[in-house]
Design a protein around this ligand. Structure first.
Ligand SMILES: [Ca+2]
Ligand SMILES: [Ca+2]
Ligand SMILES: [Ca+2]
Ligand SMILES: [Ca+2]
Length: 293
C-alpha cells in the first residue's frame, strides 16, 4: 500500500529543496531546431476534445484510437512502429498543443527523447534529445502537475520510494525547479496520471493489489489524503485516466490486457462503477490516453 508519511506539504518546499542534487547548472541539452520557438510562449489553455486511447506494444508498434463524438472507435487510426520498445515510454504533451507526444527514456538513461505528434502519428526521427540531471533506472511518470498545459516529468526513487517532479519549462527541465515529496510509494504500483478532479492539473494515480488510488499533486507535490480510492471492479492490469466526454473530468479506464472498461467521473466526487463502457481492442501493450488528432 501507499503510505505517505507526512500530513501537509507546504509550498515552501520548492525553495527548501531546490538543487538537492549535484548537477550541471548550464542549460540542459536543447535541440536547436527552430520549431522550439513555435511553442515558447504557450500559456493559453488548450481547447480540449474527448480523449482517445493508445497502446504501445512490445514490438515497438504504437497504436492509437481516436475519440469521435465522445466515443472511442475500436478501429485503429494510427499504427506506427517507432522508438525503443525497451525504454520507458509515455504519451505526454511536450509543447502544449493538445497532441500527445511520444516520450522515451532508455533503460539506464536520464535522456528524454521526444517524438512530436503531428495529428497523424509521431515524427520520426525524434525532435528532441533532452539530457537531464534526473537519476537513472527509476520509475517514471508524466503529467501536467502545475496546470500550464505542458506535461512535466516525475520519477520515483527505487531506493526510498520518494517522488520527484520536474516541471517542463518549455522543453527544459530545470534542476533547480525540482519538486520533491516525502511520501514513500510502493514501487510495485502501476502509475497513471490525469485530471480526475477537474482543476486543470493532473493527479497521480496508482494501481496496487487491486486498489486504484488517486493523489492530488499540488504543483508537483503529492497531497494527502488520497482524493479517491476504489477497489477495482474486476481484473485490472493497468489504469488510465481519459476524459471521454470532454467535461474536464477524466474517466477512469481499467485495462485488462485486451479490453478497456471506462467508468464515468462524477464531477470529481468519484466514479460511477454501475454504468461502465467496455471496449475490446484485441491488441496488447502499455495503455495510454490523451489527444491524438
Ligand atoms: Ca504536443
Ligand atoms: Ca506542467
Ligand atoms: Ca486535477
Ligand atoms: Ca469526463
Amino acid at each position: 500500500m501507499i503510505r505517505p508519511s507526512f500530513v501537509v506539504f507546504a509550498a515552501s518546499l520548492l525553495s527548501a529543496c531546490a538543487g538537492d542534487k549535484a548537477s550541471d547548472d548550464g542549460p540542459l541539452s536543447e535541440d536547436s531546431d527552430p520549431q522550439t520557438d513555435d511553442t515558447a510562449d504557450t500559456e493559453e489553455p488548450v481547447v480540449l476534445k474527448g480523449d482517445g486511447f493508445g497502446l504501445y506494444a512490445t514490438s515497438g508498434k504504437m497504436m492509437a484510437w481516436h475519440n469521435i463524438d465522445y466515443v472511442i472507435d475500436t478501429t485503429v487510426d494510427i499504427s506506427q512502429t517507432i522508438g525503443d520498445s525497451t525504454a520507458f515510454t509515455a504519451l505526454a504533451d511536450f509543447d502544449g498543443d493538445g497532441l500527445e507526444d511520444l516520450w522515451q527514456i532508455p533503460a539506464e538513461s536520464a535522456t528524454i527523447t521526444v517524438y512530436m505528434a503531428n495529428g497523424e502519428g509521431w515524427r520520426d526521427p525524434a525532435d528532441f534529445e533532452i539530457v537531464t540531471d534526473l537519476s537513472k533506472t527509476l520509475n517514471w511518470f508524466t503529467g501536467d502537475f502545475n496546470g500550464d498545459a505542458l506535461d512535466d516529468v516525475g520519477q520515483i526513487n527505487t531506493n526510498n520510494g520518494r517522488l520527484l517532479v520536474y516541471p517542463n519549462a518549455v522543453g527544459y527541465f530545470d534542476p533547480d525547479g525540482k519538486v520533491p515529496s516525502e511520501a514513500p510509494f510502493d514501487l510495485r504500483a502501476q502509475l497513471f496520471t490525469g485530471d480526475l478532479d477537474g482543476d486543470g492539473a493532473d493527479e497521480l494515480g496508482t494501481v496496487l493489489d487491486g486498489v486504484i488510488s488517486v493523489w492530488d499533486m499540488d504543483d508537483g507535490a503529492l497531497v494527502e489524503p488520497a482524493l479517491f480510492e476504489v477497489t477495482a471492479p474486476g481484473a485490472v492490469l493497468a489504469a488510465v485516466a481519459l476524459d471521454l466526454d470532454d467535461d474536464g473530468y477524466a474517466e477512469l479506464g481499467v485495462w485488462t490486457g485486451s479490453t478497456l472498461t471506462l467508468y464515468p467521473n462524477q464531477a470529481g466526487t468519484g466514479f460511477d462503477l454501475n454504468t461502465p463502457t467496455s471496449l475490446l481492442f484485441g491488441q496488447s501493450g502499455t495503455p495510454f490516453a490523451g489527444g491524438f488528432n
